[in-house]
Design a protein around this ligand. Structure first.
Ligand SMILES: *Cc1c(COP(=O)(O)O)cnc(C)c1O
Length: 396
């Protein structure tokens, strides 16, 4: 019996650590053991690695090293940026603007701020998941201090018009934070060109280690301290440096940015072939989100009518294929995705949706295997689906 094929199509949830990046990290788990804040040779060696990594991250974003703060990942960066900016500017006003399709790291941080007297406007999105710049402008008030809109969506891959939003915000003296966790390494991300004041990223979304990320904070922007402690990160975020992870982040972003064009072309070719085949070979399917330039190269979000996403996910899992239904972060709850609902996808169709996110190690043979498995899976599940037999019309 041949071994079962394994195909990982959940890169939007996390990616495997790049072996070259792992090699760069290894000495910092053992040989280079000092605390980067210590004043002896051991400490200096660790701090030199932290400084180098900071330069790599800054270069990857076209920022300055002193605009980069290391964090434990995307969630922390989002929490810090939003709370830190909103609270530091609360004397001007307590109004924040966001979109209905943000990651829960953003939405739940805003919910917590609402408990503390802040007011939040949640902007709608269009059918493709895009925020309108005009809507952002109309929502700005005298007491608005912050706009937080993601650069690219984690469920449907839609890319938001952040540059245009930041341009309008700047004219009106409002700060802009963007959650770029899905964007870094997937599309060009240049903080100067985008014109944003703060930006979140996370290493494990671009083949770096888990549990490490960064927050870009534009020089001169007032932001509150995130962790009280030993004065690390220019006193803004205390805690002993996670040297191996920081080193990994630096090399991962350097490689992701260097290989961006090549990887984006390859991954989008896989994704396009997959989408083309699914749409033509399986009936009653809907592609959610934008096509072409307005979407991340890796993302395909497809609704399978008359089916539950979870049953598709479990059957694919039994066949060695990893995907996500709705948002991985909310799995465990069977609520339909807030992103799809905001895009106007009916709840029953949102329930039957699967996110396929491709990565650089996938192949065209993977695409073929997944399409064939998906065809059988959908056929089998629909044969048992009361929704499908009740849909009216003939059976196929
Ligand atoms: C993964 C993700 C996060 C959370 O990042 P972690 O490093 O896992 O905490 C935040 N925002 C978006 C858009 C994401 O995709």
């Amino acid at each position: 019996m041949s071994e079962q094929r394994k195909v990982y199509l959940d890169h939007a949830a996390s990616t495997a650590l790049d072996p070259e990046v792992l090699q760069k990290m290894l000495p910092y788990f053992s040989v280079v053991s000092g605390n980067a804040s210590s004043q002896h040779a051991w400490g200096r060696e660790a701090m030199a690695a932290v400084d180098e990594a900071r330069e790599r991250v800054a270069k990857g974003l076209n920022a300055s090293p002193n605009e980069i703060y290391f964090t434990s990942g995307g969630t922390e960066s989002d929490n810090w940026a939003i709370r830190g900016i909103a609270e530091a500017h609360a004397e001007k006003g307590k109004h924040i603007i966001t979109s209905a399709v943000e990651h829960h790291a953003v939405l739940h941080t805003l919910k917590a701020l609402e408990q503390n007297g802040f007011e939040v406007t949640y902007l709608p999105v269009d059918r493709l998941g895009r925020v309108s710049v005009d809507d952002v402008v109309s929502a700005i008030r005298k007491d608005t201090t912050l706009i937080t809109v993601m650069l690219a969506n984690n469920e449907v891959g839609t890319i938001q018009p952040i540059r245009e939003i930041a341009r309008e915000a700047k004219k009106r003296g409002v700060f802009v934070h963007t959650d770029a966790v899905q964007a870094v390494g997937a599309i060009p991300v240049d903080v100067k060109e985008l014109g944003v004041d703060a930006l979140s990223l996370s290493a494990h979304k671009f083949y770096g280690p888990k549990g490490i990320g960064a927050l870009f904070v534009r020089n001169g922007l007032k932001i509150g301290r995130f962790l009280n402690g030993g004065g690390q990160e220019r006193t803004m975020r205390g805690g002993t440096y996670n040297t191996p992870a920081i080193v990994g982040l630096g090399y991962a972003i350097e490689k992701a940015v260097r290989d961006l064009q090549k990887n984006a072309e390859y991954v989008s070719a896989l994704r396009d072939e997959f989408v083309k085949r699914v749409l033509s070979e399986i009936e009653y399917v809907d592609l959610n989100g934008d096509v072409g330039e307005g979407r991340l190269p890796s993302n395909a979000n497809i609704g399978f009518r008359y089916l539950e996403g979870e049953s598709i996910l479990f059957t694919l899992d039994l066949n060695g294929i990893a995907v996500s239904s709705g948002s991985a972060c909310s799995s465990g709850s069977l609520d339909p995705s807030h992103v799809l609902l905001a895009m106007g996808v009916p709840a029953e169709r949102a329930h039957g949706t699967i996110r396929f996110s491709f990565g650089k190690e996938n192949t065209f043979e993977d695409v073929d295997y997944v399409v064939e498995t998906l065809k059988q899976t959908v056929k089998k599940l629909r044969a048992f689906s009361p929704l499908f037999s009740a849909r009216g019309g003939s059976n196929v």
